[in-house]
Design a protein around this ligand. Structure first.
Ligand code: UDP
Length: 431
């Protein structure tokens, strides 16, 4: 009998090594990276499989003790949007199988995002092991917020929901949506929130943080006092433009700066759009853009800011708000998805129901103009975020795994294939 259990993590469209805060990398990359590390510490051997998106990526590399990352050939070795990667799912699955025969069998599969879920279904059928999936974002949810998605994405997600042994949602809202809109079997949908690295994100001396930032990110202009912080991918749905428009309406501190942290050279068009907007609003001098930074720099940024604002159209969880609050800075965010459950309105931050610049300006003004309130909320926020510690999140994920393994042991190793159709036929049928 093996001492350590073995887990195959499928993260087809993006690697845990990708720089978070850029076009295709964000919360999911951070999540996979942190979760696999904690699972390895808890005694599992973890292999992560991702699609090769550059020629020179090694076939395998170690991410840390007990965690290996495999780059699987499937489609051209260049970066592709997830929708295009869906066409290479069968090749990817075959590639994983070929690599996996070199190692001991796996006990369980955990896939991330619907494209990976399609591979997870097939691998689970072949290896006869349970399959847990997390979607991180759902196509039908994006559509609620006016972001159309191709029909085959929703069809693919439905397939994964129907076939996975467990679906893990980050919030009870996501669970209800999976049951209501995707007809998920309620007994198979578990809620486990995302985790936050509390060793990295915690309150600490603000002056020291500002000094470190002044040296490492001189473009921030910290001299004018605490600013308004936006952190995230420069995607329109993230709403950085709302903050640019809110800036001239903030009366309590008319000189406050807005720091927009995220994106890189590939986002020049969006950055140009935001710069033009800032000029039109008469605040060009007060908006600072910073390319996506390593996560190690973010705690200082969160602490140095007066408030971190997440004006997204939707967030399934919204790690940035949790990281900011864990660092002792209140968050202002749209009252949607995960943000509505991680922020306690009026206690750890403010939730904005009306997703418009004036409403964000009013909420930011309330905090900027009242330092005692800000401090009180920041302290409450840091205290509350301990509920998202990786220790407790890893325990909850392991509980899901253990239940799947004992169900499988009780029902025998053979299981009827749930979804005999090929991925190709699914994509063709959905157009
Ligand atoms: N992030 C980062 N550097 C940046 C901007 C963002 O490391 O410059 C990380 C951030 O710490 C967070 C993640 O990217 O962990 C974004 O996650 P979130 O859930 O807020 O948004 P998503 O990108 O998943 O939509």
């Amino acid at each position: 009998m093996r001492l350590r259990r073995r887990l195959a993590v499928i993260s087809t469209h993006t690697s845990p090594l990708a720089r978070a805060g850029t076009t295709k990398a964000g919360g999911m990359n951070v999540y996979v990276s942190d979760l696999t590390r904690h699972l390895a510490e808890a005694g599992w051997d973890v292999d992560v499989y991702t699609r090769r998106d550059r020629v020179d990526a090694p076939e395998m590399e170690h991410l840390g003790q007990g965690v290996r990352l495999f780059h699987v050939d499937a489609g051209p070795p260049v970066s592709l949007p997830p929708i295009e990667i869906a066409a290479h799912v069968s090749d990817f699955t075959t590639g994983v199988q070929k690599l996996a025969v070199q190692s001991e069998p796996y006990d369980l599969i955990h896939s991330h995002y619907w494209v990976a879920g399609l591979s997870g279904i097939e691998l689970s059928r072949q290896w006869q092991v349970p399959h847990a999936v997390m979607f991180h974002t759902l196509g039908a949810l994006k559509e609620v917020f006016q972001q159309p998605e191709p029909p085959f994405r929703i069809a693919g997600e439905r397939r994964v929901v129907a076939c996975a042994d467990a679906v893990i949602g980050a919030t009870s809202h996501e669970r209800a949506f999976l049951i209501g809109q995707y007809q998920a079997d309620a007994s198979r949908v578990q809620v486990v929130p995302c985790g936050v690295d509390l060793e990295m994100f915690h309150p600490a001396g603000v002056d020291q943080s500002r000094r470190r930032l002044a040296a490492s990110l001189p473009g921030l202009c910290l001299d004018d006092g605490p600013g308004i912080l936006f952190v995230g991918r420069l995607e329109q749905s993230k709403g950085a433009d709302l903050l640019v428009e809110a800036l001239p309406r903030i009366k309590s501190r008319p000189d406050t700066r807005l720091w927009i942290v995220g994106g890189d050279e590939r986002d020049h068009a969006e950055r140009a759009r935001l710069s033009t907007l800032a000029a039109d609003c008469g605040v060009a001098e007060r908006v600072r853009f910073v390319n996506a930074v390593e996560r190690t720099k973010l705690p200082d940024l969160y602490r140095a800011a007066a408030v971190c604002v997440v004006p997204s159209a939707y967030e399934s969880f919204g790690l940035v708000a949790v990281e900011a609050m864990a660092s002792g800075t209140p968050a202002v965010a749209t009252r949607v998805g995960g943000l509505a459950s991680t922020i306690t309105d009026g206690e750890t931050g403010l939730l904005v129901g009306d997703r418009q610049a004036p409403a964000f300006a009013a909420a930011i003004d309330r905090l900027l103009g009242d330092e005692p309130l800000r401090r009180q909320m920041g302290a409450a926020a840091a205290h509350q975020m301990s509920r998202y510690s990786w220790r407790s999140v890893t325990r909850s994920i392991l509980d899901v795994y253990e239940e799947l393994l004992s169900d499988r042991a009780n029902s025998g190793s053979q299981r009827e294939p749930c979804c005999p159709d090929s991925v190709e036929s699914l994509l063709v049928a959905a157009g």
